[in-house]
Design a protein around this ligand. Structure first.
Ligand code: SF4
Ligand code: SF4
Length: 110
């Protein structure tokens, strides 16, 4: 079992989630975060902290299409363990559907 970051995280980067994770298993891309399913201990603490309601347990149907995305990018993006500034237009994109095509494969850069 693991928790999974899904579409609504795209273009947000609020990163409230990373501050509460006890095992630091979030990884950051240019405009999206993922959870490493091999490191997540399934504690569920991050789920209610996400303002975009983008995190679901892998048993939830909404997580299923994103499982592979989280595994794939957790292997290549840098680990993130502290809160950073959200994207400048994050509030404009929050809750907007159809963001999947905007997912950048590029890693986060400080
Ligand atoms: S708090 Fe939610 S929307 Fe923000 S970076 Fe974490 S998973 Fe993504
Ligand atoms: S469920 Fe727990 S261990 Fe997994 S990503 Fe969320 S806070 Fe981290």
């Amino acid at each position: 079992m693991a928790y999974v970051v899904t579409e609504n995280c795209i273009r947000c980067k609020y990163t409230d989630c990373v501050e509460v994770c006890p095992v630091d298993c979030f990884y950051a891309g240019e405009n999206f975060l993922v959870i490493n399913p091999d490191e997540c201990i399934d504690c569920g603490v991050c789920e209610p902290e996400c303002p975009a309601e983008a995190i679901f347990p892998d048993s939830d149907d909404r997580a299923t299409p994103w499982l592979e995305v989280n595994s794939k990018y957790a292997a290549v993006w840098p680990n993130i363990t502290r809160k950073i500034d959200s994207m400048p237009d994050a509030d404009d994109w929050k809750d907007k559907p159809g963001k999947e095509a905007m997912l950048s494969p590029e890693p986060h850069k400080d």
